[in-house]
Design a protein around this ligand. Structure first.
Ligand code: SAH
Length: 373
């Protein structure tokens, strides 16, 4: 990483008050292929088994050593103990949309709770995953932000959310028959770029070809961020063409300072500059996320200002109807205001989509299930 400055001074108290939590046990998915072999050698096991276990995990999605039938039964438990400690325990599984949306609430080894969501569409399966337990970014409209940051997830805790989704697809648990995970969005709990080391390793493993990783196309992966400018540059330097999503939510500093508090550190112009550099370097169209909040950020003049800031750039706007959090006075925009917002963006030639609200009845993707526990 190129910049060691504190990321978000404004929320330092929250992070300090969070209980100290133990590091999760080390797992094969935390390691490079070479480190996996070394770990086995150190445990007195043959190094070549690392590749077999990787194949079971990343190709067959079989975390249960009993299914590793190409490995002598006597060795399986020792290999599992050395390489695949159980990191995630499902506390609750919910489904909706006729069985095509599945949400899982996970308990981690130290009792922290995170969630992931699997959404099947006609042409793809998208998983929305968490990168931190809680979040330190303190955006006032987001349920996850209200309880502060508990801790970073390890790379393996991130990756195993996807492995479990792949397993449930193999097993036919998701309506529509067996299938594979084609897309991943880092839009569950946490700020992925505030956990850069684990997230960047997870990106490598998710995209690595079999047997060393899951072989998912980088183009199908979206990293969503509040806009940690130095880390956006680090992500660009990885040379992986993942899609970047910027949670902008306001085109002007005055409002964005309150909606996305990290804006007090990196202003709209600066974060957009980093994002355009990212688009240039990766040739990937950047997604500008904008939660429409009634009478807060949905005025026609803000649509015009947003369009002016994006015009001519490799970007599209993803409007998200606000999913109101319990106890908040804010709600989604009126339909006519949403339509006018879209119309003004389109009139200035900006590509815009309105996000569908999959999983809303099971509080999908906005941290509300974990918050309620
Ligand atoms: N920390 C990252 C990723 C997690 S949130 C980020 O902020 O980008 C994923 C997206 O959901 C972000 O754009 C976030 O602003 C948005 N979001 C959070 N709470 C929301 C809510 N209540 N309604 C609609 N969108 C919300």
């Amino acid at each position: 990483m190129s910049d060691a400055q504190p990321l978000v001074p404004a929320v330092g108290e929250l992070i300090l008050e969070a209980p100290r939590r133990g590091k999760p046990p080390q797992h094969l998915a935390d390691l490079t292929p070479e480190q996996r072999r070394e770990a086995l050698q150190q445990a007195g096991l043959p190094a070549y088994r690392a590749e077999q276990v990787s194949r079971h995990l990343f190709v067959h999605h079989g975390a249960d050593p009993a299914t590793w039938t190409d490995i002598p039964a006597a060795d399986r438990e020792r290999l599992a103990a050395a390489l695949t400690p159980q990191l995630l325990t499902a506390v609750r599984r919910l489904e909706c949309d006729n069985g095509t949306t599945h949400k899982t609430l996970w308990r981690l080894h130290d009792g922290s709770l995170v969630e992931s969501v699997l959404m099947r569409y006609t042409d793809r399966v998208t998983m929305c995953i968490s990168s931190q337990a809680g979040c330190g970014m303190n955006c006032p409209f987001c349920a996850t932000g209200q309880n502060g940051l508990t801790r970073n997830l390890s790379a393996a805790e991130i990756i195993m959310q996807v492995v479990d989704g792949a397993r449930s697809l193999d097993a036919g648990e998701v309506a529509g028959g067996p299938g594979r995970v084609s897309n991943i969005v880092f839009m569950g709990m946490g700020e992925p770029l505030a956990n850069f080391a684990a997230v960047s390793h997870a990106l490598r493993v998710l995209t690595a070809p079999a047997p060393h990783g899951l072989g998912i196309s980088a183009r199908g992966i979206t990293v969503s961020t509040v806009g940690l400018v130095p880390r956006i540059r680090d992500l660009a330097d990885m040379g992986l063409p993942v899609t970047l999503a910027l949670s902008l939510h306001a085109p002007d500093d005055e409002l964005r300072d309150t909606l996305v508090p990290v804006n007090n550190r990196w202003k709209v112009a600066e974060v957009l500059g980093a994002v355009w550099d990212y688009a240039e370097k990766t040739k990937r169209r950047v997604s500008i996320e904008y939660a429409l909040i009634r009478d807060i950020n949905d005025q026609a003049w803000r649509a015009d200002l947003l369009a002016d800031r994006l015009r001519g750039r490799l970007a599209h706007v993803n409007l998200i109807p606000l999913n109101p959090t319990p106890g908040s006075k804010w709600t989604a925009s009126r339909p006519e205001d949403e339509r006018e917002f879209v119309r003004r963006l389109e009139a200035k030639g900006i590509a815009v989509t309105v996000r569908d609200t999959r999983g809303r009845e099971i509080d999908g993707a906005c941290g509300q299930l974990a918050a309620a526990e």
